[in-house]
Ligand binder design. Structure first.
Ligand SMILES: [Zn+2]
Ligand SMILES: [Zn+2]
Length: 219
């Protein structure tokens, strides 16, 4: 999974805790180590992808079921806003956290750059838990259906990001030229890590000056 390739972050937390605690902290340390071990398994990787989609569908479905009170146009606009917000989160996390100065965030992503086909990812329950907390927080300030719709769209953006990143690295050559160009943009990032932070779309790279395409055309 994507924003995301940070089982290493959990591992780093675990190491730090191990160094700073005595026997009294052993139980907590054991749990963190178990989570870190689980985060590098293939099962966690695939369950994580499924859980990301599941939580977004549950939120969007519940928002639809609660519905009413606003027009279909407003719903579509809120949904698109959620996707747009996620595209910026994707860019910002990748640029300023995963390629940033703090080792806790950077470490796991470095593993992805070194082993793009590895299975290290966040614990499967972590992104859905964050999404549900976000939904609860937004429900305090927005009508519930609107909060769930917005959060569901952000969560769908995240799930699509994870899926996109996975197929870019695992599928091999795409048949359609546009899909090949899209995948090539991310492959460029693996060689020029200060360019092309967007995986699902190049929008924020265009706007913030980090877009790069190889002079030799992708065919
Ligand atoms: Zn990648
Ligand atoms: Zn990167």
């Amino acid at each position: 999974m994507g924003v995301v390739d940070d089982a290493g972050a959990v591992q780093t937390m675990s190491e730090a805790k191990l160094a700073s605690t005595g026997p009294g902290g052993m139980r907590g340390t054991g749990v963190l180590q178990a989570i870190a071990r689980m985060s590098s398994t293939r099962t966690n990787y695939w369950v994580g992808h499924a859980a990301d989609f599941l939580v977004s569908f549950v939120l969007l479905g519940t928002a639809y079921w609660l519905g009413h009170g606003h027009s279909a146009l407003v719903s579509v606009l809120v949904f698109l806003l959620g996707l747009l917000i996620f595209s910026f989160i994707e860019y910002a996390f990748h640029r300023w956290l995963f390629h940033g100065p703090v080792r806790l965030f950077e470490h796991g992503h470095t593993i992805h750059h070194e082993q793009p086909l590895g299975y290290d990812s966040l614990p499967f329950f972590f992104p859905p838990a964050v999404v549900l907390l976000l939904a609860a927080a937004l429900a305090l300030v927005l009508p519930t259906a609107m909060a769930l719709l917005l959060t569901g769209a952000i969560a769908l953006g995240y799930a699509l990001y994870g899926f996109s990143h996975m197929i870019i690295h695992r599928r091999g050559r795409f048949n359609h030229p546009l899909a090949r160009k899209w995948a090539a943009v991310h492959h460029v990032h693996h060689f020029h890590s200060d360019k092309n932070y967007g995986v699902t779309s190049p929008l924020w790279d265009f706007l913030l000056g980090t877009w790069y395409v190889s002079k030799s055309k992708v065919r």
